[in-house]
Design a binder for this molecule. Sequence first.
Ligand SMILES: [Zn+2]
Length: 271
Amino acid sequence: MTVAINRKIIRIILNVLFFIFLTVLTQIGGIVFLVSLLATKMWKINLRFKAIIIFIVLYLIATFSIVPFIASIFGREKVIHSEKIKPTNYATVLLNRNYVAPQLNRLLKETQRELDGTNITIRYLDANFPFFNNFPLLPHLSHNDGKKIDISLIYETKEGIITDKQKSISGYGVFEKPNKNEINQTENCIKRGYFQYDYPKYLTFGEINKNLKFSLKGTKKLVTSILKSKYLGKIFIEPHLKKRMKLRDNRIRFHGCKAVRHDDHIHIQLK
Ligand SMILES: [Zn+2]
């Protein structure tokens, strides 16, 4: 009897933890999980991995057929893909982390126009969730209003040919570190006790394309193209990269030690 009760309690706790995990990761995953638990109970068919299959099917239907419509009520839409605008990792789309306010799509489109005739591609990373202001897309606390998106740095081959490939699987966590004579903001922040500043290093999910190097000319062209958009509010990039690219626009800011380092990606936000 007690064993049965204990089992039930453990199952409930696991379900609650899984609900929280899916909600933090995808916003809608927790709700879909609850619906799938109900559907699994009601559907009396004997099938191997029934619960998992039901969850995946419901999640995909919600992600691709339902969420985009409801998101428009919240003033958000998916990042519009094109030849020059693509996610760094398709998981961003699968996890519903690709929603923005319409002005952000306009900003990306204007940037794309500026990049015409170059081989620079806008590879985007985490944007925002589809619903609700102030619902943060962790680990980015500020990505909570549709106005923020992270963009990958540009890399090139040894021969100086620009590529749209990245150096980590997630797109985060492989840093273009400061040279000896450059400002080392990471060191400064860690010295002041902000240990989280360096944490993106745990988010690579594996390093790839190790032979590629940071493209100064490519990244600079990308940033100056973004700066031309009237929708732009601010850009965050690590101070040593701003200096190395000789960029002086005061919309390129330092994000502060309470954030995380930005020498693995560029953060942009609307006005
Ligand atoms: Zn960001």
